[in-house]
Each structure stands twice: as structure tokens, then as C-alpha cells.
Design a protein around this ligand. Sequence first.
Ligand code: MG
Length: 380
Amino acid sequence: MKRIAVIGSTGSIGVNTLRVAESHPKQFRVEVLAAGRNGKLLFDQIRRFQPSLACLYDRESAEALSGKLRGSRTRIVWGDKGLREAAGFSRSELAVFAMVGAKGLVPLVTAIQSGKDIAFANKEPFVIAGELIRSLSGKYGVTMVPIDSELSAIFQCLQGRKAGEAKRIILTSSGGPFRKFSKTALSKATVREALRHPRWKMGRKITIDSATLMNKALEVIETANFFDVSAEKVEVLIHPEAIVHSLVEWRDGSHLAQLGVTDMRLPIQYAMSYPERLPAADGIPPLRLEKIRALSFEKPDRGRFPCLRLGYEAQKAGGTMPAVLNAANEVAVDCFLNGKISFTDIPRKIGKLMRRHRVVTSPSLEDVLHADRWARENFS
Ligand code: MG
């Protein structure tokens, strides 16, 4: 029985994590839940899983929740302090990080320092502070397993080998909803169109990132940082069927790939049960390649999707630049979702801000957080 903390329990990954836990009640016990402000869903989750501790970030909502749960065994906490307590809670062994954005970094560091094993879907911390997280996880002897389908695929293909031995790492991308859009069509793309992802059902931020291909740019950096390889070794291939989740090419030219149906519960469950494999969670259909029949691949078009290029540029510049890329993107996506900027403004504004940034090399946690703040304050 593994006792788990789900940090970001009301988002898409968090909800699916709990579905996996429910499918394997003998394997997992939910000890901690943490959410941002969805008190209604968190309340339901607390009643279902009876955790020891639950954090609702927003104080007012947390107090209201506390009132509703009088007499329950679950203690309610809030704010940054509550979130850190949830991440480092002594009775949990595995922390599943399912938050969105750079704000996951500090609680992630707390969980590592408390010696928790980590399953992480929250990619931004690895983008902005990959080196730091790697060295901390080494210091505290923590096992980290990625949830993101592409990183999970690479992790599975590498079993027993070092990423440094690979000749290339190939990340696949479904291409998002705008794969066939012209430049002009892209400049007029609406929020509704951008939120209509052809393959994966995900949260809003990551769905927009999938439409701009920033999601893939962030994954290139995340892959380079997590597996400790140069970004030049990491390539992107568009694969609309989203069945091959990524590949590793070895020096002899042999490729290893990981395939599966597009259901996030599969990589979530693998990260939760690692190194064991459990039967697929309830309701996940088997992969039937004969029904899919053909798998196709094409090179991404960096002209129409400049975010991909920005990702490589940020990683090449190194230091605090990926933090600026990421923060600028978080703000830009928010502005786009609120109708303040157009779809093609997203890469344009991020690139503009990156050109203004003075990189701090080998940044400390403080430097990273400072660059993140700088980017948010100077975005225009
Ligand atoms: Mg992904």
C-alpha cells in the first residue's frame, strides 16, 4: 500500500490520479489532497477519500470548507504554508504533482526535501529550474517519475540505460487543433477553436499550449533538464494519431518507441506504481493497432508555430531564460483566454520579452523566482 499526496487534485491530472487510486484500492491510499480554489470538488473528494490533510489554497474558501467538514478526520489548511505542509506531509510516501504553472516549484522543492518520491505532471518547474531539481533529488535520494505522456514514454524506453547514451530523443506531438491552419487563419483563431484539441482531453492552459506548440517547446526543455541531455538531441515529430508517445534512437540506428491509447490514466498509473506495472485502471480500452491501421509522422512547421523555435532558443540561452519564456507564456495564454490578445500575439509577445531579458547563469532558486516575477511584471 502506497500512501499518496495529490497536489493539484481538482485539475484534469489530479482527477485522473484519483480515478487510478480508486481502481486500485489495495495499492494506494490517498493521504493528502491539495487544490487551488475549487472547494466544491475538493469537498466531494474529501468525502470519498477521507484524507488526513487537505489544502485549499484560497483562504476564504478553505474556511468555508472547514465549516462544512466539522467533525471529519480531515484537517484543512490553506495558503503557501498549507500547500508546503501538504507537499511535505510526513505520512505520505509519494507526492503526485498535478499543479499547473511555475507556482508548483516551491511545493515541489518542499516535497523533495521531505524525501517523498515524486510523480510529476507539472512541467513548468522542470523548465525553469531543472538543474536545481535534479541536484536536490540526488541529494535527498528521491525517485522522480514523469507523468507527461511523452516523458513517460522516454522514461519507459530508457529503462536500464542512460539518456546520454541515446543518439536522439524524439518527442511526438499530435500537432494540436491548428495543424493544418494557414498563417492567416492562425491570426484569426478563436479561443473556442484553440480549446478543441483533437486527441487529448486536458486543462485549458495546456490545451492552448498544445495549439501554439508551446507545450512541445516546454517538453523539449523539460526533457533536456530531466534526463540531463542537450536540447539539440531532442527532436519533435508531428504524429496526429497520438499512439506513439515518444521514441529513443540509439547509436546503431535502432529506435525504441512506447505506444498506448490516449488516456492519461496510463502514464499516471505507471508513475504511481513504478517500478511495478498494474493492470490498466477500470474502463481504459486496449490498444488495437489493426483498428488504427496507419501511423503517420511529419516534421513540425516552425514558421507557423514559432513557439517551438522560442523553446530551443530559451534552452540555448540557458540560465534564467527558460523561466522568462515560461512566465511570459503563462501570462500570454491568460490574456488570450480572456480575449485581450490574438493567437499569433502569443509567440510574438513572448519573443519580444525574451529579447529584453538579461540572463543570469547557474541561477539559484531566488534568481529563478525573480526572473519569473520580472517576466510577469514586464509582459506587454
Ligand atoms: Mg505531453
